[in-house]
Design a binder for this molecule. Structure first.
Ligand SMILES: [Zn+2]
Length: 501
């Protein structure tokens, strides 16, 4: 994710009171096949920043999501979510994350199951206890509400001509029932039925379009596992320009039909940007790529897997310099390696996503627009102590404000984390740093990785124990001295005005 300049003020907005409406239908008595011993309770996987995201006891292998769109983006979509998962423990109940739609029915392995809402969980009680170490299939018939709840950012983004999705960090379960934590990646099949005149696009490659009467059902499939926060579904009056990237990689963008011609000058940059990233870190990790340019006022851009979401204004507003827009395109592109293919084990590992994306964003600007990385890093260093005081150190960010999905996306996980990478390069040297970057995305491809994995790999590759270096840079209350730049200083809190970019 990257906040756009003009919307940085949004991060300073005070959130309203959190009022999560109970929208789940209570289980009808007739469907309560098993009397629960205790009331259903929300569970989580223990993420420090989002304690109730994710659920224990199972590992999702695949999601099959079906959405039916009416043509009105303020009306709930009809949806069916089918989850194939492996139980890792015996389960009396299965908790899913889901909090913004009505549930009509739940089946477990084809049999009706009881269900109830608890917090932001949908708690499913199957007819029989599920043993550990076996497959289960859960089918939920529900609605998916594109209008945000009061005081809570939604996953759906309403655009001028339909819908897009922006689930990072904790909003996928406002769209579909899921195990909503990046540590449980899965394959996705996404089907969208929409009326004539609309085009639907989702992550991965197309797997058919079937027309019945005046509606079409589009199907897309991922060829790599994906975190729920990276799901994307675009429904709109869209044009799909196609082109070919390096190694014959199929590229497709999604743009408003009326803007296709004037957006082309940006879209055609993607093949060279992918080639540039490949020259830095190795082969592009997925089956396709493209930009989704949505007419929406999100205030951020988002690296949804294989199809990054951008506000179309970013490309049509003349106030943004070309180098800035280019570097944002590269920011989201580099996330396909850093954040998507290698996704964070916990949300405290977010600095690995944003630090790397900021690094390549800045490196691209240095190489293509004569904007020195070192100057940017020096500027970041000067305010780093303030960032640490305001939002926590890079690898231990403070918890987000309730209901704000951009709440943990503070300067310290962007330029503050890129600064850690700069300090690392100053310490281990350019060749070892560049090798680390390549090995990191190769070794953890299609998987999740943690801060300690990065510390370990950096130590292995440089041949020195970097644990105390990283402890100070990632977890310290103040910024350590910058290797090679003893003259750099960081102004502590309350001493100077903070810099924002
Ligand atoms: Zn980002």
């Amino acid at each position: 994710m990257l906040l756009t300049l003009r919307d940085l003020r949004a991060t300073r907005r005070r959130p309203g009171p959190r009022r999560v409406k109970a929208v789940l239908l209570a289980a009808a008595l007739s469907t309560c096949l098993v009397a629960a011993d205790a009331p259903p309770a929300p569970l989580g996987v223990g993420d420090r920043l989002f304690p109730q995201l994710g659920n224990p006891g199972y590992d999702v292998a695949s999601y099959d999501l079906s959405f039916t769109y009416s043509g009105d983006n303020s009306e709930p979509l009809k949806a069916v979510t089918t989850i194939d998962a492996w139980t890792t423990a015996p389960l009396e109940r299965v908790n899913l994350d889901f909090a913004h739609g009505d549930v009509e029915s739940v089946e477990v392995d084809g049999e009706p199951a009881a269900f109830a809402g608890a917090g932001e969980d949908l708690v499913v009680t199957p007819a029989r206890r599920l043993p550990g170490g076996r497959w289960m299939r859960i089918t939920v018939r529900h609605t998916s509400d594109p209008t945000p709840d009061t005081g809570r950012d939604g996953g759906w983004v309403r655009t001028a001509d339909g819908l897009a999705m922006a689930n990072q960090a904790d909003a996928a379960h406002l769209v579909f029932p899921c195990n909503d934590h990046p540590s449980d990646k899965a394959m996705f099949t996404i089907r969208v039925t929409a009326p004539e005149g609309y085009t639907a696009v989702a992550n991965g490659l197309p797997a058919g379009a079937e027309r019945v009467g005046r509606t079409t059902t589009w199907t897309y499939r991922t060829q790599h596992p994906m975190a729920t926060e990276l799901a994307q579904v675009s429904i709109g009056r869209s044009s799909i320009p196609r082109r070919t990237g390096p190694h014959r990689l199929p590229l497709r963008d999604v743009v408003p039909v009326k803007d296709r011609a004037r957006l082309e000058r940006w879209l055609k940059k993607t093949p060279d940007q992918i080639a540039w990233m490949e020259s830095k870190v190795g082969r592009y990790p997925f089956e396709t790529y493209g930009l989704l340019m949505a007419e929406a006022d999100t205030g951020f851009e988002l690296e949804t897997q294989t199809l990054s979401l951008f506000e179309s204004d970013l490309f049509t507003e003349p106030a943004y310099p070309e180098w800035y827009v280019d570097s944002i395109m590269v920011h989201e592109l580099s996330h396909q390696w850093f954040g998507d293919s290698v996704s964070p084990r916990t949300w405290s590992d977010l600095w690995l996503n944003e630090g790397h994306a900021t690094w390549y964003e800045a490196l691209y600007a240095e190489e293509h627009a004569d904007r020195p990385l070192q100057a940017r890093m020096k500027a970041a260093y000067s305010v780093s102590d303030r960032w640490r005081a305001a939002g926590g150190p890079p690898a231990a960010p403070e918890p987000p404000a309730a209901g704000q999905k951009i709440g943990i996306f503070r300067a310290n996980v962007y330029d503050g984390a890129a600064l850690v990478l700069y300090a690392l390069r100053q310490t281990i040297g350019r060749p070892a740093f560049e090798r680390l970057e390549r090995v990191w995305v190769r070794e953890h491809r299609d998987s999740t990785a943690s801060t300690s994995d990065f510390v370990q790999l950096a130590s292995d590759i440089s041949g020195r124990d970097l644990s105390s270096f990283f402890r100070a840079w990632l977890y310290g209350a103040t910024t350590p001295p910058m290797p090679g730049h003893p003259d750099w200083t960081s102004t502590g809190p309350g001493k100077a005005a903070g810099a924002r970019r």
